[in-house]
Design a protein around this ligand. Structure first.
Ligand SMILES: NC(=O)c1ccc[n+]([C@@H]2O[C@H](COP(=O)([O-])OP(=O)(O)OC[C@H]3O[C@@H](n4cnc5c(N)ncnc54)[C@H](OP(=O)(O)O)[C@@H]3O)[C@@H](O)[C@H]2O)c1
Length: 361
């Protein structure tokens, strides 16, 4: 009996999958945004916010809070170049002890892997009124930071990079954030977190109440499985395969990497269903043809493995210890990526997408 490769047997399909419907758990965005705006007017009146660190996120938090009328002081380690930058951008800056001493809210805007090292010093300067804010849940949830007073610890995790947080604020809008208190019964601290979220513009967009655990696990998993790990691995493998087949590198780059921007924008603005409506029938047929094989049972077991390593804390512990003992491969891999021929091609491709006004009239 002859078996055709286009078998008539129905194959088990994993895509599109049925996504479980989880009812929204109140309080959701609308309730919190109004509360946050009211809290901003109340919580920081004649009070100071200390931002420790002036990098990707710290700069945007400090500038947005200042522009919301909050008294801000930037701090960090002695001799810090970024403290000097804060000063040159018109912000007050001071050493840790005096800056924390006069602050109602102390925002820890430092790389997660250094939180354990700096926490004892930060904690030694806190006073009974201090509320301490983190921008991501991992260091607290996975025990790198073990606060003596959990009721003073809050979370405002903007859902986007610092550059977007600042730009959207300047444009009069915001990006959403997850907001929470380590001790859910600490209502006073939670109100301060809401005020902070409003001050950086996130209450103009949306606020989602969240535990440190939920923010940490979802954020790490999304980065690894899709937005940073999964997507870039697919881009690089697919690009390599096309050039091995003799396709011009610029074309391979556009098809497998550069065009993600347009598809990403469609998904951002219209959802996956809206993106499906906007692309060609051929492209949509390609989704149905390829997706079940790319996300196979094996891929799903890898995703499950990654999630287990995140939930158990194994990933975060390994990340912190490799950062501390200098065995992290990130710097070497970043350098390797920067010097790859793919990046040279990418730079050439990007010039084609730059606005060339002189030719457009
Ligand atoms: N990157 C993002 O867009 C993003 C998005 C969402 C959440 N977050 C969260 O925001 C937090 C900050 O991340 P980030 O990316 O903004 O950090 P970052 O840009 O790498 O932070 C740089 C700042 O940290 C200081 N710093 C670095 N190492 C230090 C150390 N050992 N001791 C004291 N100060 C040190 C630097 O000061 P010097 O000038 O002295 O070096 C600089 O002010 C993290 O919790 C992260 O998970 C980040």
């Amino acid at each position: 009996m002859c078996h055709s490769s286009l078998s008539t047997q129905p194959k088990p399909t994993r895509y599109p999958q049925t996504v479980p419907i989880v009812p929204a758990q109140p309080p959701f965005s609308e309730d919190l945004c109004g509360r946050a705006t009211a809290a901003l007017a109340r919580e920081f009146e004649r009070k100071t916010v200390c931002v420790i660190g002036y990098g990707n996120q710290g700069r945007s938090h400090a500038l947005n809070l200042r522009d919301s009328g909050v008294d801000v002081v930037v701090s960090g380690r002695a001799g810090s170049a970024s403290r000097e930058r804060a000063k040159s951008e018109g912000l007050a800056q001071d050493d840790l002890a005096p800056a924390i001493d006069r602050a109602r809210l102390v925002i820890v805007a430092l790389p997660d892997q250094v939180h354990g090292d700096v926490w004892p010093e930060i904690e030694s300067h806190l006073h009974t009124e201090s509320v301490i804010g983190f921008l991501h849940g991992s260091s607290v949830h996975f025990g790198l930071v073990r606060p003596n007073n959990p009721t003073s610890i809050v979370l405002v995790a903007p859902k986007g990079p610092g550059t977007a947080l600042r730009q959207r604020f300047v444009d009069g809008v915001g990006i959403p954030a997850q907001v929470g208190a380590l001790d859910p019964s600490a209502h006073g601290s939670f109100e301060v977190a809401l005020a902070w979220a409003a001050g950086i513009g996130c209450a103009r967009a949306g606020l989602i109440e969240s535990s440190f655990r939920d923010e940490a696990v979802a954020d790490l998993f999304g980065e690894q499985s899709v937005i940073c790990g999964g997507i870039t691995a697919l881009m690089e493998s697919s690009y390599r395969l096309l050039i091995e087949k003799g396709i011009r590198p610029e074309v391979a780059y556009i098809e497998c990497i550069q065009e993600l921007k347009q598809i990403g924008d469609l998904v951002y603005e219209r959802g996956i269903a809206g993106m499906r409506r906007a692309i060609s029938d051929t492209a949509e047929a390609g989704i149905n043809h390829a997706a079940p094989r790319i996300v196979s049972a094996q891929t799903e077991s890898v995703l499950q493995e990654l999630l287990n390593e995140i939930e158990s804390g194994a990933f975060f512990q390994s990340f912190v210890s490799k950062s501390n003992d200098g065995s992290s491969a990130s710097a070497a891999q970043r350098a390797q990526c920067e010097s790859s021929s793919m990046e040279v091609v990418g730079a050439r491709v990007r010039t084609m997408y730059e606005a060339k006004r002189e030719h457009s009239s």
